[in-house]
Design a protein around this ligand. Structure first.
Ligand SMILES: C[S@@+](CC[C@H](N)C(=O)[O-])C[C@H]1O[C@@H](n2cnc3c(N)ncnc32)[C@H](O)[C@@H]1O
Length: 227
């Protein structure tokens, strides 16, 4: 993956939380999993996991994909929120990371986590009816965003949501963050619109994208009225 930051800069700082600059990484050259996991589990990271889960109204029985699950900071609590009959798919490209999530789930007595080794351009989910595909600080790591989002949409239920939490570049120019209008346009290209904006974070946007379906203002359910 090409570095998208300042020209000429060879080394990339991976910002994992407020004020934390740690490991070096990009799509095709990740840091070793143990270093990455230690950085992700840094207690100073601002994650607001409970608030995120509450805003998304995750409920028992839902199918949720935590894409780029990393050390599982969101996977485990999300799995608990959708238990007992919901399934949390933790997707990553690094098997060591997935092994860590599986071990963490086992230790926590959480039995509804399934790990999925994704491909760079495809999360490879084993279902076609996911309710939520969740990306927290991941989309910027993916080289072919449009292709990845397009692939992801194929695993969603018709009213499924793609949830993106990222920073705008102008708010944090030292890293290859993604501006929300760019994400909006990639989502629009595959038929999704920004249905909900959540103001949980001071430094990140948190948007749920959906297709026009069901309760959407853009498309009403039911047959058209006859004159
Ligand atoms: C910055 S970490 C974020 C982890 C987690 N979402 C969190 O916020 O704690 C990015 C994660 O995305 C994963 N990743 C990078 N490219 C990916 C891809 N194409 N598909 C799935 N996961 C990817 C990395 O292995 C890493 O675990």
């Amino acid at each position: 993956m090409k570095y998208r930051g300042k020209p000429g800069t060879r080394v990339i700082c991976l910002l994992l939380g407020s004020g934390i600059a740690g490991a070096f990484a990009w799509q095709l050259a990740q840091p070793p999993a143990d270093k990455y996991i230690a950085a992700m589990d840094n207690p100073h990271r601002v994650l607001k996991v409970d608030e995120v889960i509450a805003k998304l109204e995750l409920k028992p029985g839902m199918i949720v994909a935590d894409i780029g699950s990393g050390s599982g900071s969101f996977s485990i609590p999300m799995a608990k929120a959708i238990a007992p009959n919901g399934i949390l798919y933790a997707v990553d490209i690094d098997q060591a990371m997935l092994d860590h999530v599986a071990a963490r789930a086992k230790e926590a007595g959480v039995s509804n986590v399934r790990t999925v080794l994704g491909e760079f351009d495809d999360p490879k989910l084993p279902v076609k009816n996911a309710d939520v595909a969740f990306f927290h600080r991941v989309l910027h790591m993916i080289e072919h965003r449009q292709a990845y989002l397009n692939a992801t949409a194929r695993y969603l239920a018709p009213d499924g949501r793609v949830v993106v939490i990222e920073k705008n570049r102008e708010d944090s120019p030292d890293w290859m963050w993604l501006n929300q209008p760019d994400v909006d346009s990639w989502m629009a290209a595959i038929g999704f619109y920004p249905a909900q904006h959540f103001g949980v974070f001071d430094d990140r946007y948190f948007v749920a994208y959906q297709r026009p379906y069901g309760k959407s203002v853009l498309l009403k359910k039911g047959p058209a009225k006859k004159d």
